[in-house]
Design a protein around this ligand. Structure first.
Ligand code: PLP
Ligand code: SF4
Length: 350
């Protein structure tokens, strides 16, 4: 069956056969707490007969989301503490986030901003947008502006052009970066005109594409990525390492290769954040390191992402390995470097 409109309620998911009717009450309780949306492109990828479907697990609500563990936080990466004006997060001196919208085309069940995103929240408009842009303009150390949300690619081309035109007027800002799931989950939005609108005149343009499973690379999504690359954007990847979805060597390898084949350079593989009700997706840092290490063992260097942890509370992002070097803790000691077969090789101190 062809699905034409986004599915935004448990009733709509039941009507499409993606949720069994006897789960209605349990899932309505989840939908009352966290936003739900599945685009037609993603809904049509789900195999309802597969209880472990990796697309369904990303977007179909689950009663496990109502269990919040003590270590989970509403603001897991501490955005709030680093927000000087509404819509701006300025944690690192040389770059700032500009959150243009709260809404997304899909709502990921593992979202790290799940307490902040959803339909209905106001977009950054009028005086609020003026104040956010004034802040960016008043801070000459801001070299890069990262448009995020929510998902800024749900804005119209007209609105994107308007923001882009105003960003173009900030002379110290040299680089723009959009973060989005739209090219994968709603690829028809990315028309050539829209791809063009995302270019901020005079600035280098990067787009970080969020995808978590190789099945998201449908022909339509690949065509959208090609339109963005052809319009002159440098494409980077962003994925979340998710138990039961992509946390195995085969899936991760296929995912990284799919990015590279579509001109998207793997950038970050995020360890899942401590967002409320997301324990079912988390694995340990040791398990994550072992997976990333095996990618290094058998995939092209182009396919290697950096494994990243955003330290809970707001201390920022750091790479969390794996490391191939040991023994250097003592000054003057011989280092040991591990090769991809696990053999160790001595390396002199200087
Ligand atoms: C993730 C993030 C960035 C971007 O970090 P990079 O390491 O440059 O990708 C910038 N600002 C904030 C507040 C962030 O959370
Ligand atoms: S698209 Fe990004 S911000 Fe939106 S729900 Fe998914 S992870 Fe969260």
């Amino acid at each position: 069956m062809t699905i034409h409109t986004p599915l935004r309620s448990i009733d709509a998911l039941i009507a499409q056969g993606l949720v069994a009717p006897d789960r209605r009450a349990a899932l309505d309780a989840v939908a009352a707490r966290y936003a739900v949306a599945v685009t037609p492109a993603m809904a049509s990828l789900i195999d309802p007969a597969d209880p472990a479907d990796p697309i369904a697990r990303q977007f179909i609500p689950d009663p496990a989301e109502l269990v919040t563990l003590p270590q989970e936080r509403a603001d897991p990466i501490g955005d709030e503490a680093h927000s000087p004006v509404e819509g701006v997060v300025h944690r690192y001196p040389d770059r700032a986030l500009l959150k243009l919208v709260h809404a997304c085309p899909v709502y990921c069940r593992f979202c790290f901003r799940r307490e902040m995103v959803g339909p209905g929240g106001d977009a950054l408009n009028g005086e609020k947008l003026d104040a956010a842009l004034a802040y960016l303009g008043d801070h000459p150390e801001i070299w890069e502006v990262i448009m995020t949300g929510g998902d800024p690619l749900i804005l119209s081309a007209r609105r994107v052009r308007e923001v882009a035109g105003r960003l173009a007027a900030i002379p110290h800002m040299r680089v723009t970066r959009w973060h989005s799931r739209v090219p994968m989950v709603d690829p028809d939005r990315v028309t050539p005109d829209f791809a063009e609108a995302l270019r901020v005149p005079g600035k280098a343009s990067y787009i970080a594409i969020h995808a978590n499973h190789p099945r998201e690379f449908t022909p339509a999504a690949c065509a959208a990525l090609a339109r963005l690359a052809d319009a002159g954007h440098v494409l980077l990847s962003q994925s979340v390492l998710l138990k039961g979805i992509n946390a195995d060597v085969q899936t991760l390898s296929a995912l990284m290769r799919a990015f590279v084949e579509n001109r998207v350079k793997p950038y970050y593989l995020h360890h899942p954040d401590l967002a409320p009700g997301t324990a079912q997706f988390r694995l340990s840092l040791e398990e994550g390191q072992a997976l990333v290490k095996s990618l290094r063992g058998h995939l092209s260097g182009l396919c290697q992402p950096t494994y990243i942890l955003d330290i809970p509370g707001g201390a920022g992002k750091v790479p969390v390995g794996p490391t191939f070097l040991s023994g250097c803790e003592t000054p003057g000691a011989v280092g040991l470097v591990e090769d991809r077969q696990g053999n160790r090789h001595a390396y002199p101190p200087v």
